[in-house]
Every structure is written in C-alpha cells, then in structure tokens.
Design a binder for this molecule. Structure first.
Ligand code: HAM
Length: 420
C-alpha cells in the first residue's frame, strides 16, 4: 500500500455509512419538528474567527487548531468547532437585522489536532444547533430538549445531563479574583500548563485532566452568581423539571471554550470511557457582540457523531447490514441481452433498489452474488427466450416467466402485495 489516511481520520464506508445516514436523518427530522433550519458554512475560516471567540488560552486554540497560510498569505484555520463560524455567517449575511429568534442547525466535519484515541479524532463530525436572539431560559431548555429528544429517538435511554451555570462577565470578574487567590495557595500542586492558565485565564484550570485533586478544592463559579444569573439558572432548572428532563448539577462544568455565559451542559454516556461526552453546549450571550455585531444572546449545542455511533443502541448495526441490501438483482446471461437487462433494471428502479450484474458470468455465480447482496428478487435476462425474463423470488424460492413488456405491471403487483 502506497498511501494511508492521516492519523486521527476515518474512512466511512458501506455498510457503516448507512448507520451514519440514519443518525443524521433522525437529527434532521428532530430539528425540523422544532423549527430549526439547516445551514452550511465553509470548513475553513479566517483564523481570527476562532482566536478570541473560542479563546486564546483554551486547548483548542493554543494546541489543536489546523492553521496555515494560504497562497495569498492569509491565515486560515480548519474549523475546530462551528459556533463561532455560524455567528460569523449570521452577521456577515445580515441576519441580525431581521430581529426575532433565529434557529439554525448543522452537520459536518470539524478538525482538532488532538492525540487520537477511542472517541477522539483529528477529523470528527458534529451535529448541532444554535438559537440566536433571545435571553430566555426557555431556549436553554429547548436546546437540551432537542438533542435529548433526538438521542432518545435513536434508542438511548441511559443518558446523564450535566448542568451548570458559569455566570456572566460581571459575576465572572469577582469570581476570577477569588479563583486566582485560591490558585495562588495551591500553586505548588499545579501542573506546568495550569501554572500558565492560572495567570492567563484561571477558569481554564477546570479543563485540566492532570489537576483533578486541585480542581476539587477550588471555589465553583455557581456559588458566585449575580442575582440575574442565579435567577436564570433557577428558571432553566424549573423548566427542565416541568418537561420531565432530568439533570445533575456539576458545579465544575465550565466547558473548554471561552465564549460561554450562564448555562453550560454536557450529555454523558457511561459506555464511552474517558471521552464520555456525547454532546456539549450552553449559552453564549456575548459572542455576537464580540464578533462585531449588536449585543445578541444565543445558546446552542454540538454532539459528536463518531461517539454517538460508537455506542448506538441495537438498531444501528442491523441497519448497517440492511442498508446496502438491494431489492432487485438483474442477471444478464449473455452479451446480446445486455440492452434488455439495462432496460429491465431501469423499469425496476421505479419500485426499489435494482442492481445490474454486468459480469456475464455463469448463472450460478451471479445468483450467489444476488444472495450476498440480500436481493429479494433476481431477474434473469437472456438465454433461450428473447422476449421473456425469469422473475425469481429469492425468499420463497419460486420463479415465474414473464414477458419483457409485462415487467412493469408485474413488479407493480408484486410491490402492492408487499404493502398489503
Ligand atoms: P465541544 O464540547 O468542544 O463543544 O464539542 C462537542 C462534542 O463534539 C463533544 O461532546 C464530542 O462529542 C465531540 N468532539 C469534540 N472533540 C472531538 C474529537 N476530537 N473527536 C471526536 N469527537 C469530538 C463545541 O464544539 C461547541 N461548539 C458546542 C456548542 C454549540 N456550544 C454552543 N453551541
């Protein structure tokens, strides 16, 4: 083999691709019912889009971005996440002038130069939503509800929603001072990275996997919320209660991106091990303004498709094997009959998936292929009769001869029988 795929990337091929399309379809259908409209933005952006929004002291920006200069000397970054890019698109296309609430959703690849391991890739895929234009806690609740509803439709039952509030810029100011002095007392126990975090952006210490003990001793932001943020958090909790969505408060859930204000949440799945978050999200009321727009609050989530698919309940794998099955397998027995076989396959495609075997191999071999492809019907074209084909029901092991001209009507009756 001359080439291999880059480390941390995956080829998504049949039959697995059918599971991917199924999962994406369930999210699409759920978003549609909640009134979200899909958007597609470029997979690369000017590096600036991510620098301040995600935050220069975050791992994503400081260690994980795929950044390069293009041939015109512009700094370009493969998107490590989509929220900042979606807000860029929202502003650039003038949606902020329309007023009201904008509900957008998306699916696509993201790129982070991280150490590849189970559930962690360098190219991975997110599905997500962003609701832009309202401060209402009902939309934090809706965001948690829309992703949980989609995950439930995929068969998940044992999900844990972790919930916290990281307050607003105001409460964060006084909290950061308190945190700084707590960190100063624990300095000799901090790892090298956290030494720097403590100086630059102390809340990022909570992202550290090496300083778990220290983190447990630090004051949590949710104990230092201003009145407005505390009231917002109460409303989120009581409205989640009102729709029967359960959650666990995790006072240390600050999330690894700088733009969050107030609500933060993650949805965890027990079987995922170290990378156990299926989804993460929260409110980011200052980002639109930071990106040069008018003050516009927003809230959203993104879920990792690789992780969802790796722990997808039952139906996933059965779909994977069914997804590539064909309904009709058209077997051509000799070169002279090729035009008839081509025509027959086109007729059958009105009723389902029809695949033409163009190998001209012996009947037995082609029939074996039909079975391998899960065909319900094999259609034998050629041989002795120039006007008739053989319709072979692979399940019932019955066969019948039909006129070429009668194929359409026969297939129609066959499929009607199917639908009862
Ligand atoms: P995030 O927590 O960085 O948030 O990523 C969201 C989800 O993407 C994670 O929970 C995980 O399932 C998946 N994910 C992240 N990194 C990787 C990776 N290297 N390999 C595989 N899966 C991964 C965000 O990206 C925010 N934009 C979420 C958001 C939207 N907040 C507001 N709106």
């Amino acid at each position: 083999m001359k080439y291999s795929r880059p480390r941390g990337t995956q080829d998504i091929l049949p039959p697995d691709i059918h599971v991917w399309r199924y999962v994406e379809g369930v999210f699409d259908a759920t978003f549609e019912r909640y009134g979200y409209e899909p958007v597609r933005t470029p997979i690369f952006e000017s590096t600036d889009v991510f620098l301040r929004s995600v935050g220069e002291a975050t791992d994503i920006v400081s260690k994980e971005m795929y950044t390069f200069n293009d041939r015109g000397g512009r700094s370009i970054t493969l998107r490590p996440e989509n929220t900042a890019a979606v807000i860029r698109a929202f502003l650039e296309n003038g949606f902020h002038r329309r007023g009201g609430i904008t509900r957008w959703c998306y699916t696509g690849p993201m790129f982070r130069y991280d150490r590849p391991q189970a559930g962690r890739y360098r190219q991975f895929h997110q599905v997500g939503s962003e609701v832009i234009g309202s401060l209402s806690p009902l939309l934090d609740v809706e965001t948690i509800d829309v992703v949980t509803t989609a995950l439930e439709a995929l068969g998940f039952t044992d999900l844990v929603v972790k919930l916290n509030s990281v307050g607003c810029a105001e409460c964060r100011k006084s909290y950061t001072d308190i945190l700084r002095s707590a960190l100063a007392k624990l300095q000799d126990r901090l790892c090298e990275d956290c030494d720097e975090r403590a100086l630059k952006n102390p809340m990022r210490v909570f992202d550290c996997k090496r300083c778990e003990d220290v983190k447990a001793e630090l004051p949590s932001i949710s104990d230092h919320l201003c009145q407005g943020c505390a009231a917002h958090f109460d409303q989120v909790k009581s409205n989640l209660d009102a729709i029967g969505r359960t959650y666990e408060i995790d006072a240390r859930l600050v999330r690894g991106l700088d733009y969050y204000t107030r609500t933060t949440f993650e949805i965890l799945h027990g079987e995922l091990g170290a990378q156990n978050a299926l989804c993460g999200g929260g409110r980011y009321d200052d980002l639109v303004e930071q990106c040069g727009g008018p003050s516009t609050p927003a809230v959203g989530f993104s879920a990792g498709l690789e992780r969802i698919i790796s722990v997808l309940p039952d139906q996933g794998s059965s779909l994977a094997s069914r997804g590539s099955d064909v309904d009709f397998y058209v077997i051509c027995l000799d070169d002279a009959s090729a035009p008839r076989a081509l025509r027959a396959a086109r007729v059958l495609r009105a009723f389902g998936r029809a695949e033409l075997d163009a190998s001209m191999r012996a009947l037995k071999k082609q029939l074996r292929n039909a079975e391998r492809r899960g065909a319900r019907v094999s259609l034998l074209v050629g041989g002795d009769d120039p006007d008739r084909v053989i319709w072979k029901d692979m399940e019932k092991r019955e066969q019948i001869e039909i006129e070429d001209d009668g194929l359409l009507a026969f297939a129609e009756r066959f499929c009607e029988g199917d639908n009862g």
